[in-house]
Design a binder for this molecule. Structure first.
Ligand code: AMP
Ligand code: ZN
Ligand code: ZN
Length: 420
């Protein structure tokens, strides 16, 4: 028994300090000037919203993440959480924080075209990503700051964009630098600030499990090691936060799952001529934006004739409603007239990674995400059924006592199930 404990302690310290040792330097926290919590907000509890990218619903047990397993049994654990379609990173991170479906907040993929301005968006394009006109809805950190509650953010996508003219009180520009020790220091510093400037909503994002899942696949030991690393960090972080004695609640989630794909047979989307329209290939989906409406039917028919069964072909008018990815939902004119959806284990692209996501979250269980919550405001020892990720925002707003105004897609069904 003693041996096992010593071995696991050694693994823990090795994993933890290996992050520190390989860490690169990242910038100091950006601070938005003149922000203080209102007296009302100073009375509120604290909420951490943590995302581990691509932490599939079953990883908690598959890779036996000891800290998160313990917190999940102490608090509330969902059997799984349905991502919104497409099960990609940016659309789902923004759904989690707005309670809106991708076509309703405007971020319909990691890549897309704005039909009105012809601008092209992709996650790696700094200029486009920082153009706030792409983003609808009111993200939870904007909602909080509007109500004079301070927020702090460590890499949650889009938190360094001035959405509705508002940045978090404390934030970073995204980097892939290894930051575990600095993160710990910064987070503990935030929690030790005086009441007036201590953030009440703290959001964290971790890309390591997604990286390993893509590179090595969801069943690889490397993916298990990434789960252990993040779990170990969260354990250390939690202990440091608990030592402050503050009433802190935690929601831990992911944006989607991960699936091993057929790397030997990448799908090739039919090409169209630039004079006919534009196409945007985003791995699991391809959107075709046809210039002349009268040509849509004939192009659709020609695609059907050449389909090799690795993908489904729809028009914006006949795509099943469950995807919320067609004409009725396209509030921002970002969807194509013809849409291809890859069927697992196939994926569009020239050179595929071992693991991928983006597939239908209803038909493909491996796309499902994780949700657990614990803390003084959260019920203990409760398992809940799978729910849609549009429900996270109303729960977070309720927990922080924030007023929501604009209508959203989430119905608030988690509030009674999760809160005491
Ligand atoms: P994907 O797997 O294509 O959906 O994208 C997920 C990847 O996006 C993560 O593993 C990160 O490397 C990267 N990522 C996350 N946040 C950002 C950001 N704010 N800017 C650029 N890349 C990001
Ligand atoms: Zn992701
Ligand atoms: Zn990914």
């Amino acid at each position: 028994m003693k041996k096992i404990v010593t071995a696991s302690l050694l693994t823990f310290f090795y994993l933890f300090f290996s992050f520190v040792a390989t860490g690169q330097k990242i910038e100091n926290v950006n601070i938005t000037p003149n922000r203080v919590n209102s007296p009302l907000q100073q009375q509120k509890p604290y909420l951490f919203i943590i995302s581990i990218d691509a932490f599939r619903y079953d990883y908690l047990d598959k890779y036996a993440a000891p800290f998160l397993q313990k917190m999940a049994s102490a608090g509330v654990r969902a059997k799984s959480m349905y991502p919104s379609f497409p099960s990609k990173t940016f659309p789902n991170h923004y759904t989690l924080v707005t309670g809106l479906l991708p076509a309703h907040h405007g971020l319909v993929g990691n890549k897309m075209l704005n039909r009105i301005t012809d601008a092209r968006y992709k996650m790696s394009d700094y200029e486009q990503v920082h153009d706030a006109s792409w983003y609808g809805g009111t993200p939870i950190w904007v909602l909080a700051e509007q109500q004079r509650m301070l927020t702090a953010n460590y890499f949650w996508p889009l938190t360094d964009v001035k959405i509705q003219g508002i940045l978090p009180s404390y934030y970073f520009h995204y980097t892939e630098a290894n930051t575990f020790q600095k993160r710990l220091d910064d987070i503990v510093d935030w929690m030790r600030l005086p009441d007036s400037t201590r953030p009440h909503l703290i959001m964290l994002y971790f890309p390591q499990v997604d990286h390993a899942g893509h590179r090595f696949g969801p069943d690889a030991p490397e993916t298990g090691a990434a789960v252990t690393q993040v779990d170990s960090f969260l354990h250390v972080m939690y202990d440091a936060i608990a030592a402050t004695g503050l009433p802190v609640n935690f929601m831990l989630m992911s944006d989607h799952g991960m699936k091993a794909v057929d790397v030997a047979h990448p799908l090739q989307a039919p090409e169209i001529d630039g004079s006919v329209g534009d196409m945007v290939v985003d791995g699991s989906t391809v959107n075709y934006y046809i210039k002349d409406d009268t040509k849509i039917d004939s192009i659709y028919t020609s695609f059907l004739m050449q389909n090799n069964n690795g993908y489904k072909i729809y028009t914006k008018m006949n795509i099943p409603l469950k995807y919320h990815y067609g004409q009725v939902d396209d509030w921002y004119s970002r969807l194509g007239d013809i849409i291809l959806l890859a069927k697992t284990p196939y994926f569009f692209g020239k050179k595929l990674s071992t693991g991928e996501h983006g597939f239908d979250p209803y038909e493909e269980p491996d796309m499902r995400a994780t949700f657990i919550a614990w803390g003084p405001a959260i019920r203990s020892g409760k398992k809940i059924n799978a729910f849609k990720n549009i429900e996270v925002y109303p729960l977070a707003a309720k927990l922080l006592g924030l007023q929501t105004h604009a209508p959203i897609d989430g119905k608030g069904i988690l509030i009674k199930k999760v809160l005491r």
